[in-house]
Design a protein around this ligand. Structure first.
Ligand code: ADP
Length: 547
């Protein structure tokens, strides 16, 4: 009998007809905080008071025990009990008399208003704080974080991440029941959320507001699934209600914490919602900090790598420069010592080499200065009307000697002038960058440059038949310091295309590349022609079919 009373899981109190507590089990001792059988006081165990379950400040008019003592059968009611320590427990139970008025039996089950009391909530936050503060891979911390919340705060939980532009994906999931946990993981694996508007995930990614749904009907759950199998898996999780809290970092929703209660459990309370929101806030902050740290480290790594390459690149032209000047000095000294005249032709040859290296150095330093100007947002454009075809022709002319040296044919196709308002020096710089890359990476194959207009857009295309660029590298070559070749084979700072794109975007245009490894690359520049008169858009005498 005693064993039975302990095993029901319910609190049981036996009271005699005079209100003496004859016996109670451990659960009742916990519910009413009583330690030894005593006399009821005002129809409640000593130190306790019956209050309304939904409004604990209002006392109950009649104690269920007194009603049962008066002969009433009290069936499945909800009451609150204020305990000697001031806390309130909500009980659901029954009370009835036994043995023809010998006494009454009260059976009650605690319905927890909040699974966590204030101290429990503070402890949870402290533990989460310690976890989030650890220097670990951030996403690896999401699983242990869920383990703090399930089953303490929820019966199941899923943490989704989807920072700006990235698709939403689940990074951690946990169900308190092991068999259902397997099903939850399987469901998320087979039916991950759909892109940026995941079906099944509430709109909190879009609204950035907490959502609390007390009772999810089967129909609602099925409506959020993709097919019968998805529905089967979702329904097998036994979910009843959810609390969805967005993870917001610097005004942007970067993820969502979804907490679920299963059938038979009560809904989430206001305090639990506040606790989940605080947790989500701390988690978002930690994720955001970790991302910033990662980015800062990557930036430092790139900068260090760049400094290495930059020093090497600056040093490369300096060595021949130094040698040539030294040689010249020695020759001049020798000739002077013998009273002979200096050979103007040889001096001029040497000075040509010197000048080439100085030009190289100047261009490297100019690139570095441009990058710092762009980073500081100080790229100033001086717009004037000009012809893109003439600018390109001028640059092609400048490159003719290098192309000849490389035995590479340089063709230009620009049948008509293409007028627009641009900054001359910056435009020259852009064309120079594209053309010098085409020669540098062109493997001696013909390079072709064309200029044409389409309404208010000017288009310049540089095409080569050289080494090409692998598809994986294409998206990053326009980034700062990014290169797709080894610096042992090709010198360079990885800045030319970055500067090109920045200038082109400052003009309001775009530059894109298409390429096939080993087959060559094509760079297409499109620039708005700016505020020029309509009659300049198609110049008179333009051939219908370009020759
Ligand atoms: P750099 O040439 O100094 O490395 P860029 O910013 O001009 O820097 O180019 C970035 C990278 O893009 C180069 O390192 C190279 O890998 C690739 N690239 C640019 N132009 C071409 C081209 N025409 N053919 C093949 N690869 C190219």
């Amino acid at each position: 009998m005693h064993l039975l009373a302990e095993q029901t899981g319910d609190g049981l109190i036996l009271v005699d007809a005079r209100g003496h507590v004859l016996a109670f089990n451990t659960e009742a001792g916990r519910q009413f905080l009583i330690s030894s059988p005593r006399m009821l006081e005002r129809g409640a165990p000593p130190g306790c008071a019956w209050v309304r379950a939904d409004e604990p400040s209002i006392p109950l008019e009649l104690s269920p025990l007194e009603r049962a003592l008066a002969g009433e059968v009290v069936r499945e009611e909800r009451w609150g009990v204020r305990r000697p320590d001031g806390t309130v427990a909500v009980l659901r139970g029954s009370a009835w008399s036994y043995g023809e008025g010998a006494g009454v039996l009260l059976r009650a089950r605690e319905e927890r208003t909040s699974r966590l009391d204030v101290a429990g909530g503070a402890r949870l936050l402290a533990e989460a704080g310690a976890l989030l503060g650890m220097e670990l891979d951030t996403e690896a911390r999401m699983e242990p974080l869920l383990r703090l919340l399930v089953p303490t705060l929820a019966d199941a939980g899923v943490l989704f991440l989807g920072p700006a532009g990235e698709p939403v994906r689940p990074v951690a999931a946990l169900h308190a029941e092991p068999e259902r946990h397997v099903l939850l993981v399987e469901m998320l694996r087979r039916f991950p959320p759909d892109g940026l508007e995941p079906r099944g995930l509430p709109s909190l990614f879009l609204t950035g507001r907490t959502e609390r749904v007390e009772a999810l009907t089967h129909a609602q759950q099925v409506a959020s699934t993709r097919d019968a199998e998805h529905a089967r898996l979702l329904l097998s999780l036994g979910l009843r209600g959810y609390l969805g809290v967005p993870l917001v970092a610097r005004g942007r929703v970067i993820g969502a914490l979804m907490l679920f209660r299963t059938e038979g459990a009560r809904a989430f309370s206001d305090e639990e919602e506040r606790l989940a929101e605080e947790l989500a806030r701390r988690t978002a902050l930690s994720l955001d900090n970790a991302r910033l740290l990662r980015e800062a480290r990557e930036a430092v790594r790139l900068r260090d790598e760049f400094l290495g390459i930059a020093s090497h690149e600056l040093k490369t032209p300096l060595t021949p420069l130094h040698l040539k000047v030294q040689l010249l000095q020695r020759q001049v000294d020798l000739l002077a010592a013998h009273g002979k005249p200096v050979n103007a032709e040889r001096v001029s040859e040497t000075l040509d080499v010197v000048q080439r290296q100085v030009r190289k150095l100047t261009s490297l330093v100019d690139n570095l200065l441009d990058v710092s100007r762009i980073t500081a947002g100080r790229l100033k454009l001086e717009l004037e009307e000009m012809d893109l075809a003439s600018v390109a022709a001028e640059i092609v002319y400048r490159f003719a000697p290098s192309a000849m040296q490389l035995r590479c044919s340089l063709e230009m196709y620009a049948p008509v002038p293409v007028l627009g308002r641009w900054d001359r020096l910056r435009l020259e710089q852009v064309v120079t960058n594209l053309l010098s890359n085409a020669l540098k990476y062109g493997a001696g194959q013909p390079v072709r440059l064309s200029v044409e207009a389409e309404g208010r857009t000017a288009r310049l295309t540089v095409q080569d038949g050289g080494i090409g660029i692998a598809p994986v590298d294409l998206p990053r070559i326009f980034e700062r310091f990014e290169r797709a070749v080894s610096d042992r084979h090709y010198g360079g700072l990885g800045l030319g295309l970055y500067i090109t794109r920045q200038i082109v975007e400052a003009f309001g245009g775009s530059v894109r590349a298409s390429s096939e490894l080993g087959r060559g690359s094509t760079f297409v520049l499109e620039l708005p022609r700016g505020d020029i008169p309509d009659e300049c858009l198609s110049p008179p005498g333009a051939p219908e079919v370009p020759a």
